[in-house]
Design a binder for this molecule. Sequence first.
Ligand code: HSE
Length: 438
Amino acid sequence: MKDINIGILGCGIVGTGVAKLLMENHALLKSRIGTGLNLKYVADLDTHTPRGITFKEGVFISDASRVLNDPDIDIVVELIGGKTIAQTLTLQAFENKKHVVTANKALIASHGNELVKTATANQVEYAFEASCGGCMPVVKSIRESLVGNYIQSFTGILNGTCNYILTKISKEGCPFEEALKEAQAKGYAEADPFLDVEGHDSAHKLAILAALAYGMKINLTDIHVEGISHITPMDIEFAKEFGYCIKLLAISKNEGDTVEARVHPAMIPLDSPLAHVDKAMNAITIDGDASGQTMLYGAGAGMMPTASAVISDIVDIARDIISGCGQRVPILSYPADNIKRIAIKPVSEIKTGYYIRLAALDQPGVLSRVSGILADHGISIKSVHQKGRRSNGTVPIVMTTHIAREKDVQDALAKISTLDSIPENSIIIRIEDKHNDQ
Ligand code: HSE
């Protein structure tokens, strides 16, 4: 069989990693597939910045259309990122009957339903293992390895940048901005790090994984998203005092008619498996009815780990080409006709524990007014903590609650914010602790 020809679109961090791995591990891959993977083109508008790779003559080009229009190209690897040019070129590739491999979670989360439809209509593959969790094989695990299970829930640390920042603040006292700069320098962050720190990158991944797990249409818009930019070193210190750490979590629960899907920072017990996932590592626990809990752990970001996931998709497609059995596994885990529109439960209806931090004037009666409001909303206080007076005259008061309904907590906070003795906005962090009681 002739070599399988590959064209990469976008030679940034991940594109460079994929090109490197295809070249350096060429012999290994050939021995595993039985056919060579030939890197025919790498297209990028910038062909001048050195990438630390010596391409063969004619491989490194600036014109993406040469990749898309070359009849010898079997697999296009879209690593441009973003949602505009990447979408146009992906659609062109499908129409030209080329399989597409990508790490582009923003594109799939936003336009995946239509893209998958076009790929299927053109009888080509659209593969995106690298879109979720770096080298962690989470797409394949949910879609294939756990196919025998009703997936009941999953909880993941799916953003390497945020996990890196939270670890650096918590374990080394590193300031937020410095930790973010380091994550950028290490190649973990998105081109626009706002997507990382405000939780959107995790939401993209959550939308994709929920679709695969439950057979639902990809639904990004209804996912509740909060990032980590409002988390202070004080919150991290309080968390430690309570036996918790703070992680940015992507949480999903299958409730039959509805699905819970939310991204936000959460306090989790220090002895829980996800609490041990540090720096840019990602992890996910997946609960299936037959399997019980499965946990995956791996490098969630960075050049070579992400390249590893891209290569796994390339090899899957190469093997399908060789065996002539394309489209064996439905791209979104279920055949199109069986994919339903399942509603995401509004965050106001979720129930969990809460950490509430208030800045209060140090006056008599403040605590009783706040606790009265919480009681009026049916919220049961588990503990109350106060730190020393700050230079602006306020004292930080932290309360933790037993399990409460989000709407009640938000309504109570709105009422608390009207008190003269609470001059600053209060913040909440949800506590995900299965030992927390009513
Ligand atoms: N910016 C992403 C992260 C890259 O930090 O996890 C991997 O998707």
